[in-house]
Structure formats: structure tokens, C-alpha cells
Design a protein around this ligand. Structure first.
Ligand SMILES: [Cu+2]
Length: 497
């Protein structure tokens, strides 16, 4: 062989090897990309991996690892979500129609945002008919903090199909627990909630317990800054000596603080659950996680001055008509620590005798989801769709340790249940039972919570910073034997986050 052709051959070989290597990289990247693609439609029943928390496994949710999750579940459960409804066999005590509409980035219910304030009495059977007039992506209503039966929970693709334009859906539930709640769409919620598709819901206690003034204040940021009930401030006329219950609702994605320099306040309730023996505090703020509620109690000063409750850029002023607005006050350095506020009371169950114990460890890393590279949240090390499905049985006492090692806070919201906070960073709770449905887990914080699994269904357990939820911070709690026929995507174009 002439020396020149040997060189050419070596060159050609190098070229072939180089081409094959480049091809291998491309094919690998392509496979990774393809395997990260989410199916157009899938069931949350089949996604991720089941965790049993030390309790018995369940054949319906038997430890699968994401294989075939775009197909039907391996075995149908004996309890279909659609059967887990509120009472259908008697007339409602309260019937409301809410008509959803979209105009640009703004969403309304019955022409307003927030939607109408719903006030019902404890024990009422509530019927709400949601009509979608003009929201192209479809809508649902989730009753945030109300432990409704699963079929009434309003999560697109999990408990129902999103209501398409021109359609309607009727929700029915008994308002069993007095307290402050809110409702919002759980379809494309990161856009719809921020854009205004929400309202407040108050369940009033039996007569005799009411304050002289019972006021709801929804704290919401639209495109153009903070508002209270959609306005730039709220004024309530109240005489000296009168008692006020101010129900704060944080409908934003960020944690909020509220405070006043004008009167001692008591934290009467958190997330719709009464605080036991709340003491008056001065010079301390209360915090509200995204989605959380706090009821403040105070008395209009005998001197006839007004009380200005600061909500961060907006305020609620309560006082005699004509009394001047108090000046704005600086945020106090102190914050009411609910871990030690109020006094203990029986929980009604023993968290030390748990049937299941789960970890909910939140992290963050680079990855591909649905072919899109980016930073994504992880739960127990897995990235969506490889997130845990926490499996419980009816009546279980459940403990959960929520650990946040990320650089951001996460307002964790468990649907369908209230949980009691046991500890933060190992420090035990010593005050009133601190009962929540929305708990802000700050950066590098760890909380232990416990609850009783007393509401069968399949429930979201997710971050209520809805921009985090869209980036994968969503897991599910499922009861043994429960099955949902609904699917993410599909004919309903369901997209809960
Ligand atoms: Cu978050």
C-alpha cells in the first residue's frame, strides 16, 4: 500500500470514529429527551412510585415505578372517586351559581374578582354551580381548607374534568367546620388564581359566638400591586369597645405578614381551626403562608381611635366613622410563633402511635421534564413524574416529616385534611394545637406534622407557590383501593397546576 493511502485510511478511520461518537451523543441525548417526555394524557394513579410509610402495601398502588403510567392502572380500585360525593339526596341549605369569565389576563366570577364572598352556617349543605362562560382553558373550583368529600375537591384531572366553555359542574358539601376558607380554580391554577379566579368562604359558628364585626380581607396581588378584597384598602365602621374578627386570607404565592400598632390582637384561628386560649400580643406580626388564613381578634379602643392593620402595602382600618386613619406603622421585628402560642388542648388522636410515617424531602436540581431542560423541584430525590404517591388506609394516624433543603420557602398544602404541627427543626410544639392545611416550610427548615386519614380519596399534597407547583412540586396522598377515572391532559385538557 502506498504510504499516502495509509494516512488517508487513518484519517478516514478517525473521521468514522468521530462521527460515530457524535452520533452516540446525539442518540443518547435524544433518548434522554424522549424518556423525559410526558404522555399527552396520563393518570396520576400510575405516576411515580408508591410509598407505604411502614404500613401495609396496596395492590392497586403496588410499588410501580412509572412503567405504563400512560396506560390504565394495573387494577381498578373498588372505590371510584366519582362516588365519594357530598349528599345528593336532599335540598341544599345554600345554593349559589358562580359564572367564570376571562377578559385578557383578568378572570372573574359573577363579574367580579375576588368572586362573591360566600357566607354559610356551620352544618349547611352548600351547593355551588360553576358555569364556565368564557374561560378557554376550562375551570374548576377547589374549596381550599374545607375538608370536602373527594369528588367535590375540584382538582382537574384528579377529581373531575375541567369545565369547558359553555359547561357547568355542581359541587355539594356540608360545611362541617366553622372557619375562614377560600375557593379557587384548580385548572391552570398558576395563571387563573393570580388572574383573579378565586373568592372567600366563611363558615360561621353557631349564634352567640359572633364578634360585633366579622370582616374578611383577601390579600391578593394582581398585575398592578397588592390589594385587599380587590381594592387599595378597606375601611370598617365600628364603635369604641366593639369586638372585631378580621379574617385574613392570603391568596398570593408569597408569604405575607400582618400587624398593627394600634391595639393588642389575638390570633383567634389559623386555617379555619380555633386557637386554644390565645393571648393578646402587641408589637408582633403574624405570618400567612400562601393559601393560609389567620383570624385576628381585637377591640376598637375606648378612646375612639381607629385600628390600622397593615397587610404589606395595603391596610384595613377599623374605627368610629370620622375617626382619622392612624399613620402607617413599620413592620415589627417580632413574629408570633405559633409553635408556642396559646395553650395545649387534646388533639383527639395520638401522633406517637402512628400507623404510617412519611418523608417529604424537597430539593432542586437540573433536569429535563417533558423535553424541557431547566431547574426542577425534587421530592424524595425524584423529579416529576417520579414523585411519591403516599398510600394510606382509612383511619390511619399519619406522620409526615417535611424537609426543605432548597433555597426557597414552600407553603405546603395538603388537600382534604388538617394536620397538627408537632415540631420545627426538632423543637416540639408547646402552645395550642397548631392545626393547618397550609404550612410555610422555610429554607433549611424541617417540620413534623401528623393527621388522621379520615377522608378517603386521592388528594394533592403540593406547594401553593403555584409557580413551584407547575415546576413539579406536587405529590399525592391516596387511600387504599381508591381509583380515579380522570386523567391529566386527555379530552378534558386537564392541567391542574
Ligand atoms: Cu414551593
Amino acid at each position: 500500500m502506498p504510504p499516502g493511502s495509509e494516512r488517508r485510511l487513518r484519517r478516514n478511520n478517525r473521521l468514522i470514529v468521530g462521527t460515530l461518537a457524535a452520533l452516540a451523543v446525539l442518540v443518547t441525548a435524544g433518548l434522554v429527551w424522549t424518556s423525559s417526555r410526558l404522555p399527552d394524557t396520563y393518570s396520576v394513579m400510575g405516576m411515580g412510585h408508591a410509598e407505604f410509610g411502614g404500613g401495609p402495601a396496596d395492590p392497586v398502588h403496588g410499588g410501580h415505578a412509572g412503567h405504563g403510567w400512560d396506560g390504565p392502572p394495573r387494577q381498578l380500585g373498588d372505590r371510584d372517586v366519582t362516588g365519594l360525593t357530598g349528599p345528593r339526596d336532599r335540598p341544599p341549605d345554600v345554593a349559589v351559581e358562580l359564572v367564570a369569565a376571562r377578559d385578557g389576563d383578568r378572570y372573574t366570577l359573577n363579574g367580579t374578582t375576588p368572586g362573591p364572598e360566600l357566607r354559610v352556617r356551620q352544618g349547611d349543605l352548600v351547593e355551588v354551580t360553576l358555569v364556565n362562560e368564557s374561560v378557554p382553558d376550562g375551570v374548576t373550583l377547589h374549596w381550599h381548607g374545607v375538608d370536602v368529600p373527594n369528588a367535590e375537591d375540584g382538582v382537574a384531572g384528579v377529581t373531575q374534568d375541567a369545565v369547558a366553555t359553555g359547561g357547568s359542574h355542581t359541587y355539594r358539601f356540608v360545611a362541617e367546620d366553622a372557619g375562614t376558607y377560600w375557593y379557587h380554580s384548580h385548572q391552570v391554577s398558576h395563571a387563573q388564581v393570580r388572574g383573579g379566579l378565586f373568592g372567600t368562604l366563611v363558615v360561621t359558628p353557631p349564634a352567640g359566638e359572633a364578634a360585633d364585626h366579622d370582616v374578611v380581607a383577601a390579600m391578593h396581588t394582581y398585575g398592578d400591586g397588592p390589594t385587599v378584597n380587590g381594592r387599595d384598602g378597606l375601611r370598617v365602621d365600628a364603635a369604641p369597645g366593639e369586638a372585631v374578627r378580621l379574617r385574613l386570607v392570603n391568596t398570593d404565592n408569597e408569604v405575607k405578614r400582618a400587624w398593627t400598632a394600634d391595639a393588642p390582637v389575638r390570633v383567634l384561628a389559623v386555617d379555619g381551626r380555633a386557637v386554644h386560649e390565645p393571648v393578646p400580643v402587641t408589637d408582633a406580626a403574624v405570618t400567612l403562608p400562601a393559601g393560609g388564613r389567620v383570624d385576628l381578634g381585637f377591640t376598637v379602643p375606648a378612646a375612639g381611635t381607629a385600628v390600622r392593620v397593615e397587610l404589606g402595602g395595603v391596610a384595613v382600618v377599623t374605627g368610629p366613622a370620622g375617626a382619622p386613619d392612624p399613620p402607617e406603622s413599620e413592620p415589627p421585628a417580632e413574629t408570633v410563633d405559633l409553635l408556642h402560642y396559646g395553650t395545649p388542648a387534646p388533639l383527639g388522636f395520638d401522633p406517637d402511635d402512628a400507623d404510617r410515617t412519611f418523608e417529604y424531602r424537597i430539593g432542586r436540581r437540573f433536569g429535563l421534564v417533558d423535553g424541557r431542560p431547566g431547574m426542577y423541584w425534587t421530592i424524595n430525590g425524584g423529579m416529576v413524574p417520579d414523585v411519591p404517591m403516599f398510600v394510606v388506609s382509612d383511619g390511619d394516624v399519619v406522620r409526615m416529616r417535611i424537609e426543605n433543603s432548597g433555597a426557597d420557602n414552600h407553603p405546603m398544602h395538603l388537600h382534604g385534611h388538617h394536620a397538627v404541627v408537632l415540631s420545627r427543626d426538632g423543637e416540639p410544639a408547646t402552645g395550642s394545637p397548631w392545626v393547618v392545611d397550609s404550612l410555610d416550610v422555610g429554607r433549611d427548615e424541617t417540620y413534623e406534622i401528623a393527621f388522621v386519614a379520615d377522608n378517603p380519596g386521592i388528594w394533592l399534597d403540593h406547594c401553593h407557590d403555584l409557580s413551584h407547583a407547575t415546576a413539579g412540586l406536587v405529590a399525592h396522598l391516596v387511600y387504599s383501593g381508591v381509583y380515579t377515572p380522570f386523567r391529566i391532559g386527555g379530552p378534558g385538557a386537564n392541567e391542574p397546576e
